[in-house]
Design a protein around this ligand. Structure first.
Ligand code: IPM
Ligand code: MG
Length: 368
């Protein structure tokens, strides 16, 4: 296989320390599988503002363009400089910009609750079945996040009016629906498509298009669910879900809700996929959680979400599901050995041992 060029953008808060562990795991996997990895690190977020005056410095963007995939940490520090204009803040200027710039329209957010971590789940044990395992497929470049007009106007009488616009075209729904059906095929072959077709024009079109695309996937069972009901069902009976397909905003909300079921954001990776050229699919891979400034730099953060994000990169961007599975297996072994960062530690579990970011990362690298 040709050289795999990876842009590693650690960002802010716990980003750098969990990235360090993920890169160590990747380099270990590269030696084992004989991969030619070219990893280049660059600043993003507040780190980008500090280094080059921009949340997404030009040099970082050029590096991303020259790479096959982006391994992303996390950006945004809520307490830093509230006076900086909203367009320049890391969330918009770095993350949303990268999504748009590289047409990263398909966001995959797997949520798994391993049996060994059942205590971390806020639901009663009888609602957890044999452990939870679902995948949220979120459309990422359409809907209210990017629809025009998007503006705040002064109405002159001391009033303002804020407008965000929810827009979807047939083609945008079709391409994300294909990703969702294909993902369901690789899993338990059940797809729940989320909409608000009882109120929104967007919801009606969404349901029509997903139903039509579903005819090409007769082996996948499709059901439709209103978003409010889905929010409730996730709490009441999460085991009914396999793949959950959502538009951008609904997916933002439901994926956080689903993530809560896994007990800790520190365990959950994500993939944001764009277009495929040859045998590579451009993608950005990042932990589901944020910068966690309160625990940054203290060797407390759970590196697993970042490490599993690098596994998703191997599987989805580079077509190396074998390498991805090896990294995932190594994470499972570290959990089986009883290693726990603070977010997944329970004193009631006698076989558990509380460890820091570095020790967890090193144990996973060793298991690879
Ligand atoms: C996410 C985050 C982002 C989003 C924010 C940080 C812009 O919540 O990735 O889910 O809303 O998409
Ligand atoms: Mg979110």
């Amino acid at each position: 296989m040709s050289q795999l060029k990876i842009a590693a953008l650690a960002g802010d808060g716990i980003g750098p320390e969990v990235m360090r562990e993920a890169l160590n795991v990747l380099r270990t996997a590269a030696r084992k599988f004989n991969l030619d990895l070219a990893i280049t690190e660059a600043p993003v977020g507040w780190a980008g503002i500090d280094a080059a005056g921009q949340a997404l410095p030009d040099a970082t963007l050029s590096l991303c363009r020259a790479s096959d995939a982006i391994l992303f940490g996390s950006v945004g520090l809520p307490d830093r400089d509230p006076t900086i204009p909203k367009e320049q803040r890391p969330e918009r200027a770095a993350l949303l910009r990268l999504r748009k710039e590289f047409s990263l329209f398909a966001n995959l957010r797997p949520v798994q609750l391993p049996k060994a971590l059942a205590h971390a789940c806020p639901l009663r044990p009888e609602r957890q079945g044999n452990g939870l395992d679902l995948l949220v497929v979120r459309e990422l470049t359409g809907g209210m996040y990017f629809g025009q007009p998007k503006k705040t106007e002064d109405l002159g009488n001391g009033q303002q009016r804020a407008t965000d616009t929810m827009v979807y075209t047939t083609a945008e729904i079709e391409r994300i629906a294909h990703v969702a059906f294909q993902s369901a095929r690789l899993r338990r072959k059940k797809l729940t498509s989320i909409d608000k077709a009882n109120v929104l024009e967007n919801g009606i079109l969404w349901r029509e298009v997903v139903t039509r695309i579903g005819k090409q996937y007769a082996d996948v069972s499709l059901e439709h669910m209103f978003v409010d009901n889905a929010a409730m069902q996730l709490m009441l009976r999460p085991t009914q879900f396999d793949v959950v397909l959502c538009e951008n905003m609904f997916g933002d909300i439901l994926s956080d809700e689903a993530a809560a079921l896994a007990g800790s954001l520190g365990m959950l990776p994500s993939a944001s996929l764009g277009n495929t050229t040859g045998d590579k699919t451009f993608g950005l891979f990042e932990p589901a959680g944020g910068t966690a400034p309160d625990i940054a730099g203290k060797d407390l953060a759970n590196p697993i979400a970042q490490i599993l994000s690098s596994a998703m990169m191997m599987t989805y961007s580079f077509g190396r599901a074998d390498v991805g599975a090896a990294i995932e297996g190594a994470v499972q072994r570290a959990i089986q050995q009883g290693l726990r960062t603070g977010d997944i530690y329970s004193a009631e579990d006698a076989s558990a041992r509380r460890v820091g970011t570095k020790e967890m990362g090193a144990a996973i690298a060793a298991a690879v």
